[in-house]
Design a protein around this ligand. Structure first.
Ligand SMILES: Nc1nc2c(ncn2[C@@H]2O[C@H](COP(=O)(O)OP(=O)(O)OP(=O)(O)O)[C@@H](O)[C@H]2O)c(=O)[nH]1
Length: 465
């Protein structure tokens, strides 16, 4: 039996819903929504602006000017379906996309539901004013209510799916950002733990008093784990086990040696030592597991250039959008693309092309500040995110990068080197909550740079959406 997609299922439900209502009722509601679309959108906006949280999202000029139009279209489309499957599927896709946008710009779901409630209220009021009999009005109310509910259900589902994906990605990024050089850190912490153990064994051998024995939580390893490791690996079972072991060693096992010194009982002392070693070994075991899990997350970097890949782009952009909103600072994205890269591959071979990509990646990151980001978007395209810049500074950096790339002699294997140029599309964040728009602007500007003759920087012009 062919399986039905969630969209097909929703379309079937929507169709059933429509079938419950007499055609004249549906036509009446449709006409109501079409005639009053502007007023309904205005009412929605007015209500939502009374909410402080909603204001954050709605006061942006672009949102303000576009929202009325989009909202009107949405209201009309919601009630214009006659049950045709293709049209219903398109309507459902639209609800899903809206849910995904809400998740991307982080609009809390309760605000969306509140907006829907206001719309429903207003539509009910308008319906009541119509010269219709009571039964007709009741049918109309039900149709309005159930249609909006179904649309909200589809939207919310898309919202929570997208939100889950974002949270997983954010979680991954948190881990990734703290433990950037995972292999090195792992070795350092393993040996710090060993140092503590050696010191402890020595102190025990020379008969140091228990109170003076080195506590694990205060050791180099203990400090690192409590302050950084536990945060980086937050939420995993191993983290809890390591913290428990540390506490057990410091508070239960080490004090046992006091007694052993006062009353030398070799058997007991050996037993305590073995328990201590077991605990320390357990910590190493859990630590290795944690690092192994973190290693998987290293895939956030592009294997060839070691720059960030697309994986964390949504998380980082959403974070920068939120930061820009709070701090009233702007950031910029540069879409950087090597000109005629195919010719380099064709003339010198794919390996030479790879070497060029690596060197360009290094050049880009060397000429950015510590807070900026360089992503390899795929192929010969990079994305540079410049934090805390205004337009003039961003243009300056973009131009500097273009010139540096033009000046650079890219080494190939053997004695050869080559020169190349890059085209750059620059877009400045203007406060709009949806970062996809910014990426589209940068891409469009890059396209213009290519078509304008390459080896240039083009600043994105205001785009319609
Ligand atoms: N060596 C190497 N080549 C790659 C890699 N990824 C993509 N490419 C090549 O990059 C080339 C991109 O070519 P095009 O998209 O035609 O663009 P272009 O030649 O740079 O031309 P313009 O961008 O229009 O200036 C293709 O030949 C791809 O095969 C890679 O990882 N290594």
């Amino acid at each position: 039996m062919p399986s039905t997609s969630p969209e097909q299922q929703a379309a079937a439900e929507w169709k059933l819903l429509l079938a419950q209502f007499p055609a004249p009722v549906a036509a009446q509601v449709r006409e109501l929504a079409t005639t009053h679309q502007a007023e309904l959108a205005g009412y929605f906006y007015e209500q939502m602006l009374q909410d402080e949280q909603a204001m954050l999202f709605l006061t942006h000029e672009q949102v303000k000017s576009r929202l009325h139009g989009t909202l009107q279209q949405w209201i009309v489309s919601l009630f214009s379906s006659t049950g045709d499957e293709t049209a219903l599927l398109a309507l459902i896709t639209q609800q899903k996309q809206i849910g995904e946008i809400h998740a991307r710009i982080k609009i809390p779901i309760h605000l969306v539901l509140r907006g829907a409630r206001h719309l429903r209220e207003r539509l009910f009021e308008l319906l009541c004013r119509q010269p219709l009999d009571t039964e007709h009005k009741l049918f109309g109310q039900r149709l309005i209510g159930e249609t909006i509910d179904l649309a909200m259900e589809i939207m919310s589902r898309a919202f929570s799916d997208a939100n889950d994906r974002n949270s997983r990605s954010e979680e991954g990024y948190r881990l990734f950002s703290v433990a950037q050089h995972i292999g090195v850190e792992q070795e350092r912490q393993r040996s710090a733990l060993l140092d503590w153990e050696n010191q402890l064994m020595f102190d025990l051998a020379v008969g140091q008093l228990a109170a003076q024995l080195p506590r694990l939580s205060g050791s180099e390893f203990g400090l690192w784990f409590r302050h950084k490791g536990a945060h980086a690996f937050q939420g995993s079972r191993e983290t809890e086990l390591i913290l428990q072991s540390m506490q057990h060693i410091d508070e239960v096992l080490l004090p046992l040696f006091e007694k052993a010194v006062a009353e030398p009982n070799v058997e007991q002392r050996l037993h305590n030592l073995r328990t201590l070693r077991e605990q320390a070994k357990g910590i190493v075991f859990h630590l290795d597991n944690l690092f192994e899990q973190a290693n998987v997350l290293e895939s956030g970097r592009d294997v060839l250039t070691r720059m960030l890949n697309r994986k964390f782009l949504p998380v980082i952009l959403a974070k920068e959008v939120a930061y820009a909103r709070q701090s009233e600072r702007t950031f910029a994205v540069l879409a950087v693309d090597i000109d005629h890269f195919k010719q380099i591959n064709d003339e010198f071979g794919h390996e030479a092309g790879d070497l060029v990509l690596q060197q360009l990646a290094t050049l880009l990151s060397n000429h950015c500040r510590g807070g900026d980001y360089v992503f390899r978007m795929g192929g010969e395209e990079f994305l540079v995110l410049l934090v805390d810049v205004h337009q003039g500074q961003a243009l300056g950096v973009a131009e500097k990068l273009r010139q540096q790339a033009e000046k650079e002699r890219f080494r190939l294997s053997g004695e050869h080197d080559l020169q190349l140029t890059v085209s750059i599309g620059l877009a400045l964040h203007d406060g709009h909550p949806d970062y996809q728009r910014l990426l589209r602007q940068a891409d469009r500007a890059l396209y213009e740079a290519k078509h304008g003759g390459r080896n240039r920087v083009v600043l994105a012009r205001e785009l319609p959406g």
